[in-house]
Design a protein around this ligand. Structure first.
Ligand code: GDP
Ligand code: MG
Length: 293
């Protein structure tokens, strides 16, 4: 069977519905911007696998999924470089609202040679079906869109059509990721990276690169996600630095990591953090195994 696979950026002005669409497409509340696998040039924020297609959604710094900073950063060339590397762009717009911000995005897209599908969102808010035809006509002359697809991300209307349409613009290729990508295991992995990042934010010089975070427990509870994690260090001195005076450093790291993870998974998080000393953990296959994903 022929399969297609490629990188997709979701862009658009704040409040147009990017996060809602993203969550509908990926089917999980992950919109992490801190997951930075060393092996790819992209920050992958979610993967949607259909029966013969795989969309890999990537973060676009400055125009990212939670982006409130779109306007001032959209013309920043560096921030836009990622758009040169994707196979497809979903540009989300709120019905027919073509504002100055849309004009900014349009300018930024001028040098980008990649199909752009205009996703006309929030059609559930239209009072009359006829309004849609008028809007689509009005938008079609704004830019050389490859396609225009009306949807309601909120009501899940026409999402399947967007997937079918988008698929035609992805290259024929095998899947890059396993079908079950972004399972709990991956969520745990992202959480561990976030904790590690928080530790390095405060202790960049004091900690060795090999400092490793293991997620002992990642559990969805009624009102929150419970995460229990161990920061493994190799030396007693590192342990003391991580914990800090009266545990203050660990508290700071934990609080920073917790708030980041909460943003990523859009859920309350209870985070338990431990520091443990492990000689030669790098030789321990069990722990190293956790890290390969
Ligand atoms: P973002 O800033 O582009 O990521 O936008 P969000 O996904 O956070 O959505 C902004 C607001 O629009 C939220 O209140 C959403 O619930 C709402 N919204 C998103 N999609 C739709 C839609 O299809 N219909 C309606 N009525 N509201 C939507
Ligand atoms: Mg958002």
């Amino acid at each position: 069977m022929e399969t297609r696979c490629g990188y997709v950026a979701i862009i658009g002005r704040p409040n147009s519905g990017k996060s809602t669409l993203f969550n509908r497409l990926v089917g999980q509340k992950i919109s992490s911007t801190s997951y930075k696998p060393q092996t790819t040039r992209h920050r992958i924020v979610g993967v949607k696998t259909g029966s013969n297609v795989q969309f890999i959604f990537v973060d676009t710094p400055g125009i990212h999924l939670g982006g409130k900073r779109l306007l001032n950063r959209v013309l920043n060339k560096n921030a836009l470089n990622v758009l040169h590397d994707v196979h497809l762009i979903f540009w989300v717009i709120d019905r027919g609202q073509w504002t100055q911000e849309e004009e900014h995005i349009k300018k930024a897209l001028n040098n980008i040679d990649c199909p752009v599908i205009l996703v006309v969102n929030k059609i559930d808010k239209l009072e009359r079906r006829d309004d849609l035809l008028v809007i689509l006509k009005h938008l079609s002359i704004k830019f050389s869109f490859a396609e225009i697809v009306p949807i309601s991300a909120l009501k899940q209307d026409n999402i399947a059509d967007l997937i079918e349409t988008g698929k035609r613009y992805l290259p024929e290729s095998e899947f890059f990721y396993p079908e079950e990508y972004l399972t709990d295991r991956d969520r745990a992995f992202i959480a561990s990276e976030t904790i590690r990042e928080a530790a390095f934010m405060y202790l960049e010089k004091e900690l060795p690169y090999s400092t490793h975070v293991e997620i002992e427990k990642y559990e969805d509870q009624a009102e929150r996600v419970h995460i229990s994690a161990i920061i493994w260090v190799e030396k007693n001195g590192q342990k003391a630095i991580l914990i800090g005076r009266k545990g203050e450093m660990l508290k700071k790291i934990g609080s920073r990591a917790r708030s980041e993870i909460q943003k990523q998974i859009e859920s309350k998080v209870h985070l338990e953090l431990w520091v443990k000393l492990k000689k030669d953990w790098q030789d321990n296959p069990q722990i190293v195994g956790n890290y390969e994903s």
